[in-house]
Design a binder for this molecule. Structure first.
Ligand SMILES: *[C@@H]1O[C@H](CO)[C@@H](O)[C@H](O)[C@H]1NC(C)=O
Ligand SMILES: *[C@@H]1O[C@H](CO)[C@@H](O)[C@H](O)[C@H]1NC(C)=O
Ligand SMILES: *[C@@H]1O[C@H](CO)[C@@H](O)[C@H](O)[C@H]1NC(C)=O
Ligand SMILES: *[C@@H]1O[C@H](CO)[C@@H](O)[C@H](O)[C@H]1NC(C)=O
Ligand SMILES: *[C@@H]1O[C@H](CO)[C@@H](O)[C@H](O)[C@H]1NC(C)=O
Ligand SMILES: [Ca+2]
Length: 544
């Protein structure tokens, strides 16, 4: 009987009661969608545009996940030695990564190995901690001072797992100075400045100093690596980096620092790559080019691994050289000078960023950027706080790179090294010496102006062609120790303007003097025979 009755309000209530879970879920879903859209979308008239929506959403999502950071540092890699700067050397992977991302065309590093690395690790100039002279050697008790807070240390504090594969070169005379004690969870690589690419031993066959210490310099964490004699280091480090990428625990963000041995001396390359340059007649240029191409392939392999694992979508990749090409290998054309000089060829470097996080890719940036800027920039994008760090010289340049806003950086202290002086027989300028003794090796960039003082060597321009090392030497007299250039108009540093603009010279010398007032004296201890690896199982490592 009841079944024949009309469908009443009572039935409706009962029906709703039976299916209350479904109804509740429907309402909940609706409310959640509303909430989600209102938090994730900006409140403007782009609100419903899908491309804007997806880009905005992607950036929000990427930043909320803390990006992986992969920093690839090439060693002694010249300004001109990359395809997109017009080189004959084949660098297809670097060219592709750079053209998808942002090429940094006004990017500065330090002119030698340890200084670039210590500024990358601290965001601070060398004068702040006494490392303004030369590099960290393998036989003196020095290193990046322990009260400096490092980039991996900050990233690790913020939940990152940090890996270093390759060259450290920031000190090891005591264990506390080594990578695992400075913020890295994993270390596979070497501690000194250079060695043989196959045997991983120092000195290499090209070293001239007969008293140089002999030993192996390759370790996995704290243990010597004894089974890689014969593996070319570019392949070895790419392989290790890939192993770390594949085994990386996905719940944590990753900081992978990959300072390749390539393309530092000695000139050594596997035949397979040398054969790609049959047309090059000069034997050393041929090998150098092969070393670059092997490194390019390694970068391709590492980025492939990041893509295969899916880490790539949330990765910021930075590629940088640590200083310009050497006088006898590679080319910084059209820039003047080379490694170990404060001319543009020593300090203006190849660099680019590739990431899906970039708002505006496929472009070149002319913004003034310096290697010390990565520290605050990477802290910012990893959402780390900078507690514990000392006053930084670097600037957060993420917006400059990502969206093209003007660089906050207007000035670069290239260096002041009081241990490097012009000989006393040189004549000095009493007018200027009152402000800053111009016999001291120093250089500063301010806006478009650059001032150099002291013994800068002759500098010169080395052509980029394949036939040999064509040099054009500058004609400065050996007693000259003051130069002023307008780098924007004269990037080749050909016209010294110091006589024409004495007021600019004075202004820049005053800036140097102000920096010098804040400098710690350079720390340069003498050689220590206890450093000899013969006393430590044939392995370069801590001796105190
Ligand atoms: C490394 O390998 C080369 C070539 O096989 C060999 O001559 C050399 O003795 C090896 N060095 C060491 C330290 O094992
Ligand atoms: C890159 O990967 C390929 C394929 O595994 C390998 O043959 C090559 O040796 C690798 N190159 C480098 C430089 O690691
Ligand atoms: C920064 O603060 C965190 C949390 O208080 C602390 O664990 C960390 O040691 C600090 N870092 C430094 C370098 O002082
Ligand atoms: C500048 O340094 C040189 C030594 O490098 C010294 O001979 C000269 O007296 C110094 N000049 C001044 C004004 O201090
Ligand atoms: C730099 O400062 C030191 C210490 O104050 C001083 O002795 C030196 O003369 C200064 N150097 C120059 C080049 O002015
Ligand atoms: Ca270097």
């Amino acid at each position: 009987m009841e079944s024949n009755e009309y469908f009443t309000f009572g039935h409706l209530l009962r029906l709703a009661w039976c299916h209350r879970r479904v109804g509740f879920l429907a309402i909940l879903t609706f409310v959640l969608i509303l909430l989600w859209r209102s938090t994730y979308l900006p409140n403007d008239n782009h609100r419903w545009s899908t491309s804007y929506y997806s880009r905005f959403y992607r950036e929000r999502e990427l930043l909320s996940r803390k990006p992986n950071i992969v920093f690839i540092l090439a060693d002694d890699y010249g300004w001109n030695d990359i395809g997109y700067h017009g080189s004959f050397i084949k660098t297809p992977n670097l060219d592709r990564l750079a053209s998808e991302g942002v090429k940094l065309e006004n990017y500065y590093i330090q002119p030698i190995c340890s200084p670039s690395r210590c500024q990358l690790m601290t965001g601070r100039y060398q004068i702040r901690y006494g490392l303004q002279h030369s590099v960290i050697t393998s036989d003196r008790p020095h290193g990046l001072p322990l009260d400096e807070v490092t980039l991996p240390q900050k990233l690790r504090e913020n939940g990152y797992r940090s890996y270093i594969v390759g060259k450290w070169h920031l000190g090891f005379f005591r264990k506390e100075y080594m990578p695992l004690q400075r913020g890295f969870d994993r270390f596979y690589g070497y501690l000194t400045g250079g060695e043989d690419y196959w045997t991983h031993r120092r000195p290499n066959g090209y070293a001239r100093d007969p008293s140089a210490f002999h030993g192996l310099d390759l370790r996995d964490q704290d243990k010597p690596v004894l089974d890689q004699n014969g593996t070319y280091s570019t392949h070895l480090f790419a392989q290790k980096a890939i192993e770390f990428i594949l085994s990386h625990e996905r719940s944590k963000p990753m900081f992978l620092y990959l300072p390749f041995q390539a393309v530092h001396s000695p000139l050594e390359a596997p035949t397979k790559y040398v054969e790609k340059y049959k047309d090059v007649t000069h034997p050393l240029i041929k090998i150098y080019a092969a070393m670059v191409t092997a490194m390019d392939e390694a970068v391709g392999n590492v980025t492939d691994a990041l893509k295969r694992t899916g880490l790539w979508d949330n990765t910021v990749l930075i590629f940088s050289t640590d200083n310009g090409a050497r006088e006898n290998a590679g080319s910084n054309w059209p820039l003047r000078g080379w490694k170990n000089t404060l001319w543009e060829g020593g300090v203006r470097g190849v660099g680019f960023v590739n990431s899906k996080l970039l708002r505006k890719g496929n472009r070149k940036s002319d913004a003034l950027i310096h290697i010390s800027d990565w520290f605050p920039t990477l802290l910012r994008i990893s959402r780390s706080v900078s507690n514990g760090t000392k006053p930084l010289d670097g600037f957060d340049i993420w917006d400059t790179i990502s969206t093209g806003t003007p660089s906050p950086r207007k000035e670069i202290l290239h260096n002041i090294d009081p241990l490097h002086r012009k000989t006393a027989s040189s004549s000095f300028n009493l007018l200027y010496d009152d402000i800053f003794n111009i016999s001291v090796y120093a250089a500063i960039r301010s806006g478009d102006w650059k001032l150099l003082t002291g013994d800068q060597g002759h500098g010169g321009w080395k052509d980029s062609d394949t036939s040999g090392s064509k040099f054009e030497y500058a004609v400065d007299p050996p007693t000259k120790h003051l130069w002023l250039f307008n780098i924007r108009n004269d990037p080749q540093e050909r016209s010294d303007l110091s006589d024409r603009y004495p007021d600019v010279v004075q202004e820049l010398l005053q800036k140097l003097a102000a920096y010098n007032k804040t400098a710690l004296p350079p720390f340069w201890p003498s050689r220590d025979p206890r450093a000899n690896p013969a006393l430590h199982g044939d392995l370069f490592g801590p001796w105190l």
